[in-house]
Write a protein that binds this ligand. Structure first.
Ligand SMILES: [Zn+2]
Length: 97
């Protein structure tokens, strides 16, 4: 599971993006809380992700540290992709004899 599909912030209830309906849902005692596919419609069927057991092997502190690291890496890569030096590097390929 991607780190950015978890929310384990201190003082907030843990949430996870449901892998079935792709919306943020509460996660309690290792289980995705029951929810409907369309939360605004009481006749909407229950999402199959309701009650799914999802085990996490990360502490909230570890999750936060790894998420910050992944975001910093993504930002560095995005910055390098925008750099004009990237294009020059492609032109500097060795010529064949
Ligand atoms: Zn769901």
């Amino acid at each position: 599971m991607n780190l950015d599909r978890l929310a384990l912030y201190p003082g907030e209830r843990p949430s996870i993006v449901c892998p079935f309906c792709d919306t943020w849902r509460l996660w309690r005692r290792g289980m995705l809380m029951p929810h409907r596919i369309d939360q605004s419609d009481p006749s909407s069927p229950r999402c199959v992700g309701s009650g799914q057991r999802i085990q996490l092997d990360l502490s909230p502190a570890r999750w936060r540290a790894e998420l910050d690291e992944a975001r910093a890496l993504a930002a560095r890569r995005a910055c390098q992709a925008r750099s004009p030096h990237t294009h020059r590097a492609h032109l500097a390929l060795p010529l064949e004899a």
